[in-house]
Every structure is written in structure tokens, then in C-alpha cells.
Design a protein around this ligand. Sequence first.
Ligand code: SAH
Length: 285
Amino acid sequence: MELEVIARPEDEETVVAALDDCGTLGAWSVGGGIVRGYFSATARRPAEAFGAAWRALCPDDDPPPVTQRIVPATDWLARWRARARPVAVTPTLWVGPPGPGWDSAGVPAGAVRVLIQPGQGFGTGTHPTTRALLAWLQEEPDFARVLDVGTGSGVLALSGLALGARRAVALDLDAAALENAARNGCLNGCRGSLDLIRGSLDALRPGVRFDRVLANLDGRALELLLPDLAARVATGGRLGVAGLLLGERRPFLRAMTTTCLTLLDETTERDRTGGETWWSAWIGR
Ligand code: SAH
């Protein structure tokens, strides 16, 4: 069952939150204020449940209009996998699913290839936040130890290894993401050099530091974790953060003044689907 919600573009996040609250199996932000939520065909009155969830979040606003329709059951993961193609993060760093797609992708000889099978973990190499961190990682290739906080598909940690790191530690709170990252670790032949840990920074042994610490999370989490992230960066190392919105830049930079970190580079990119602009930063210690 598909529930299509037509809202104001600035309300898309609230729509997704309300869909989550009423038990959607997954929501897709189409853009322009249109959000589609999927439910089991046997779900009881999802449109009404959405209205109630919306009112709980925004008691002063009427819920946006919704239309409900039955769509044929589809194996979306299989369709996504069939359509996924290798993408160039930089001209010499490519990320893509295993398979024949590489033959026709026009990958230059000598380019670094990272295999990512799309699964439950975020990060196929197409999102601007992932790409910003990978480009910086490749620009300064002299590193041995990488920490990837919130690894999702494993794409940052595995790229770190492909670019020459000896060891990568990848953290995630989500067991399904770690499973996906583990599988991708095997695909890239990195079983011995990749440590996957369920948890966050506090799951690491005290005092262990890394040449590169990469965290593609959200603005709030990054601001909260900043002192702990800073503490994990080796002297002369780099911290790459992504997942912040442009509006979160100032508070983040203000929080940085209490650490031993210095902003080295920053980039913004407008999301193709939503209206938001992502801000990413490359930071030195
Ligand atoms: N690193 C990938 C995926 C980023 S998505 C990329 O750059 O494309 C963010 C991931 O961080 C999700 O898998 C989520 O489960 C995880 N996560 C969120 N907060 C976290 C935290 N505090 N510690 C560890 N992982 C976290």
C-alpha cells in the first residue's frame, strides 16, 4: 500500500517523521513536497494513522492531503541492484556494485575501484556527503589508520583501505548496516584489515588514535560527538565531517573553537532530491 502525501517542500521532514510514527515500512522523499510512504497491504487505515501522527507532531497544522493506492509487490532491493552502476567519485576513484557494469563504465586504467553491493547500509558513493569525504581522503593519501564513525555500507572505511590504509575501524549502531559492511569487506578482499564494531566512539579502547577520522552523521550528532572525535585524531591527522546542513555550519564551527582542531577546507552541495544544502568539512589537528 502506497500513501502519497503532498505537502509544502519545507514540511517533507515532518511528513517522513509522521510516516515513521505510524509504522511505514519505508518512505521516499520524491521532492517538491511529495513523499511516498509504503505499508503492508493489510495495514489498518494508514491514511488515518498518518493524520493522527501528523497532529501529534504539529497540533496547530492540518495534515497535508494524502492518496492511498495498492501497488504491485516489488523486490525493490533487486531492482535497485540491477540498476546500480559504478560511479566516479573522482576521475580516479570509482565506487560500484560487483558485476558486469564495470566493463562499460569507462573506468580509466589504474583507477581505484571499491565494490559496494547496495544493501541495508547507507553509502553507495552517489550521495554528496559521502563523495565530499572520499575526495578529501584521496587528496591526502598519506595515512595508515582510518576510523569510520557510522560506516553504513562500509564505503568510507573500504575506500580508505583501497587508497592505502593498513587498517580501518568501522563503527555503526545498526546491526544491519554492519552486516552489509562485512559483506562489502569480503567483496573487496579486506577481511583482515577491516574491524567492524557495533557501537559508537565509546566502544573504542581509550587512547587509540587514527590518521583519518571520518564521520558522515547528522549535525546534532556531530556537534555532540565533536570532543570525542577530536580526541581520536592523531597529531597531524584529519577529521572529515559530513551530513551537516549549511545552517549547522556556524554552530559547528563555534563548537570547534573549544577543540584543538582547525578548519582546512569546506564544501557545500545542494541535494538533487530535497531542497537542502549539505555542508562538509575537512579539519586538521
Ligand atoms: N559512512 C557512510 C554511511 C553514513 S550514514 C557514508 O558516508 O556514506 C550514517 C550511518 O551512521 C548509519 O549507518 C547509522 O546507523 C550510523 N550512526 C548514526 N549515529 C551513529 C553513532 N553515534 N555512532 C555510530 N554510528 C552511527
